[in-house]
Design a protein around this ligand. Structure first.
Ligand SMILES: Cc1ncc(COP(=O)(O)O)c(C=O)c1O
Length: 502
């Protein structure tokens, strides 16, 4: 057993264990950070000193430091060396302290929670409750549930729920209720240029399940995965849960920076992107970048996971064909969800996988239990084939376009002193930038005291200098409420003396 006499307590590394030494060191340091033995900002010994204390190669220490830095637990501070990050990723994947200590304290004598379980238990995501039938200003990611045609939906669902002569009460559904697979393939083909057969459609319990399934099926623990930075936390959670090594790749006005990604990891196993409407910055991946990304994936033999979560809502500019539709080499897994077009609690999403993956995914999804109820799938198939889906999405596009214009105007007139809107071409929410020196998390707490829900852009980033801004939803919030909340927010920022952008 190798031991380090660090002030943070002993770090035990076992040269005979199956896990490589760098991974053991990574686990020990991460636990020390999570359970508070290493406080935010604490300075670590140099890699040379730690390597010598532990009698391991310096590369072992550097590899552990590098992974912890990529995941946001450590940061390089000029003049101070390597330190525990001041703002830990656990702020964003909020670590529940009691769950974290479960690893150290056996739940039942002799038992512990796994490292994967620990990573998953650390991803705490708070659902903001609806308010009198609509969303709270400015909660993001929610459709206008109050405008969903509930009576029609109940009728379709009741009809299918009675249909016990059909195949809706057994185990047959598997990778998807066939008419729904057909409806999804037709929709993705017509609306997004996705080229597929219904067999390629794997119906999941929402996009989150699609992320988890894809992460488990194409990556092994330790594999490098490119994630957009800033990027979607649910994806980060799914890849962490699969044991992947996260490689944050910056996003600019054209989307993910492929050249920078190549420098950071030349052979990623998987590349996760939101090309239609980048989450959270709202930019569209340019055609040039799309082609560069496809070219890179082909030459590096990487999978691309294309998350097209809200592409139905586009208000300006021309939509670009999906990466899947442009791909000629079978490297793209495409995913979508009905959470944004119908309602989140429906829990239906899908993956469209290349031919060569169909069998493996069809078999595996049965073992995950992520199969939505057959009667729900059947009602959704009816909703789509009878034309209600197209009608509802068109109607919502109009409603959301008006709410988006209202929010842009309210930011300009009420909040222009502090915020600059960056609405992008589509979606249900938008980024707005603060003064680069402003603390966006502080702005979020000021807003919370005024009963306004916001998210800080920096929480979606692992970069040392994340963008400083706010993420504001508009789709679920009626115009009058958007205007009122913007005024209230301006008052709150004014009294708290938030730094002006001007
Ligand atoms: C980018 C992105 N991907 C995936 C999801 C997950 O969607 P679902 O509710 O279908 O799991 C969301 C939901 O907010 C999202 O914003």
């Amino acid at each position: 057993m190798l031991r380090s006499p660090l002030p943070l307590g002993t770090l035990d590394l076992d040269p005979d264990a199956e896990a490589p030494l760098y991974r053991q060191l990574y686990d020990s340091l991460r636990s020390a950070i999570l359970d508070g033995r290493l406080a935010a900002g604490a300075r670590l010994p140099s890699s040379r000193l730690l390597a010598s204390d532990l009698s391991v190669g310096r590369n072992t220490v550097l590899a552990a430091f590098e992974q912890l830095t990529a995941e946001g637990y450590l940061e390089a501070v000029v003049g101070a060396g390597t330190c525990v990050a001041k703002s830990l990723p656990d702020d964003l994947l909020e670590i529940a302290k009691d769950k974290v200590s479960a690893r150290a304290k056996p739940v039942v004598a002799g038992t512990t929670i796994s490292a994967r379980g620990l990573a998953l238990a650390s991803v705490k995501r708070v659902a903001v409750p609806y308010e009198r039938g609509h969303g709270r200003a400015f909660q993001h990611g929610l459709p206008a549930i109050d405008l969903f045609p509930m009576t029609l939906w109940s009728r379709l669902l009741a009809r299918r729920a009675r249909d016990h002569a059909g195949s809706l009460f057994g185990y047959e559904t598997g990778a998807g209720f066939r008419p729904l697979q057909e409806a999804i393939a037709a929709h993705a083909g017509a609306a997004r240029g996705v080229v597929c057969t219904p067999d390629q459609v794997i119906v999941t319990t929402g996009a989150q399940a699609a992320l988890t399934l894809a992460a488990q099926m194409v990556t092994d623990p330790g594999d490098e995965v490119w994630i957009e930075d800033p990027g979607y936390l649910g994806a980060r959670g799914a890849f962490l849960g699969a044991g992947a090594k996260l490689v944050p790749v910056p996003v600019d006005a054209e989307g993910i920076d492929v050249d920078e990604g190549r420098k950071r990891a030349a052979k990623p196993k998987l590349i996760y992107v939101t090309p239609s409407h980048q989450y959270p910055l709202g930019v569209t991946l340019s055609l040039q970048r799309r082609l560069a990304l496809l070219d890179f994936a082909r030459s590096a033999n990487s999978w691309i996971l294309e998350d097209d979560y809200d592409s139905e809502y586009r208000y300006t500019g021309r939509p670009l064909a999906s990466l899947q539709g442009l791909d000629r080499s079978g490297h793209v897994l495409y995913m979508g969800t009905f959470a944004k077009t119908l309602f989140p609690a429906l829990r239906i999403g899908y993956l469209i996988v290349p031919d060569g993956l169909i069998e493996a995914f069809r078999t595996a999804i049965r073992l995950t239990g992520h199969i939505p109820p057959a009667s729900m799938q059947a009602a959704l198939a009816d909703f789509m084939t009878e034309g209600h889906y197209g009608t509802h999405v068109r109607r919502m596009r109009g409603v959301y376009a008006t709410r988006r214009d209202t929010l842009i105007a309210a930011i300009e007139t009420e909040l222009g002193e502090w915020l600059e809107a960056s609405p992008g071409d589509g979606g249900m929410q938008m980024a707005a930038y603060l003064h680069p020196d402003a603390d966006d998390k502080h702005a979020v707490s000021i807003a919370a005291r005024a009963d306004i829900h916001l998210s800080a852009l920096s929480t979606y980033s692992l970069a040392p200098k994340p963008p400083k801004g706010l993420y504001l939803g508009f789709s679920a919030i009626p115009e009058a409420q958007i205007k009122r909340a913007a005024k209230r927010l301006a008052d709150a920022f004014q009294s708290a003396k938030l730094p002006s952008r001007r």
